[in-house]
Design a protein around this ligand. Structure first.
Ligand code: ADP
Ligand code: MG
Length: 286
């Protein structure tokens, strides 16, 4: 490969919102035939807001949830903390805080063990949940569950927006002949809703961080040259496993440190740009 052509390729890409952090990424990206996409923060804006709260005492549920989330940097956490601040709820202190990537957060508040996270996680902890349905098909929603001392005490609906460019980017990548796979830690219902609205034929839901990497490995074993696009701590193992890891600049530092490339404007359209730039550069060299 001529270094000059690669430099021109990477320089042009940088102007368009793609930062190559590893030298070989431009070459590898040209060969990619499969693209895995994380959902929250990657296909969605990652700036979610709290919608409905279902509980006997919604204010108390929000207080406990926000207390736990004030120690988390998950996009869902920021939504919950903001909602509590808007309602001028003062947050009690938390001890024994613990975050489980792809699952939720836990801690002791007012001397009681409090858990906040996905329905799948509650089930794993032996806590019964009524599964909440996603009725509103317009926005992208996910329910999180709050348990106090092993008892469900409420559900919080967190609504996110699809990134405005997501639909066009998915259609474009499909037309370029790439195989697209969505991989998310979120529930089946939330994943299906989004996959249908984006016409993404393949998706995996309720996937733990290590299993995101395992799915990438399986695709590679089937002959896939795999790119993974993500934003979270939970995406780091998959970003490392993929042939090319791409991080959204709007995401966490860990994702960006692990990735080969950063989409610097947090704009998914730069993904198309990056692939086109890499194919073009490699064609020039050959
Ligand atoms: P994604 O793969 O779509 O980016 P994550 O793996 O980060 O999603 O999270 C998966 C699910 O785990 C979330 O939809 C949520 O139900 C739960 N979860 C993870 N972290 C938190 C948190 N800090 N607070 C509440 N729920 C969480
Ligand atoms: Mg994410």
């Amino acid at each position: 490969a001529t270094p000059a052509a690669v430099m021109v390729g990477t320089g042009r890409a940088a102007e368009l919102g793609v930062l190559f952090r590893r030298g070989l990424a431009l070459e590898t990206l040209a060969q990619v035939n499969t693209i895995c996409l994380d959902k929250t923060g990657t296909l969605t804006s990652g700036k979610p807001t709290v919608g409905e709260i279902r509980a006997d005492n919604p204010r108390q549920v929000l207080e406990l949830a926000a207390a736990l989330e004030s120690a988390s940097e998950h996009p869902l956490a920021r939504a919950i903390v903001r909602a509590a601040r808007e309602k001028e709820i003062s947050l009690p202190s938390v001890s024994h805080f613990q975050a489980t990537a792809g699952r939720g957060v836990a801690g002791v508040v007012h001397g009681q063990q409090v858990l906040l996270g996905s329905a799948a996680w509650m089930r794993e902890q032996g806590i019964a949940t009524d599964t909440c349905d996603l009725v509103d098909m317009q926005s992208v929603g996910t329910w999180v569950y709050l348990a106090v001392e092993g008892q469900m005490s409420g559900n919080i609906l967190i609504q996110d927006q699809l990134r405005p460019e997501a639909g066009a980017v998915i259609r474009y990548l499909t037309r370029m002949g790439l195989r697209l796979v969505m991989i998310t830690g979120d529930s089946q219902a939330a994943a299906r809703q989004l996959a249908e609205s984006l016409q993404l034929p393949i998706f995996h839901a309720e996937v733990l961080p290590q299993d995101k990497a395992n799915i990438v490995k399986q695709l590679q074993a089937q002959g896939g040259k795999v790119a993974f696009v993500g934003d979270g701590i939970n995406d780091a193992p998959a970003l490392a496993q993929a042939d090319v890891g791409l991080a959204m600049a709007t995401g966490t530092d860990i994702a960006m440190e692990t990735a080969d490339l950063t989409l610097t404007h947090g704009d998914l359209a730069a993904l198309v740009t990056a692939i086109q730039a890499s194919r073009k550069t490699m064609a020039t060299i050959r």
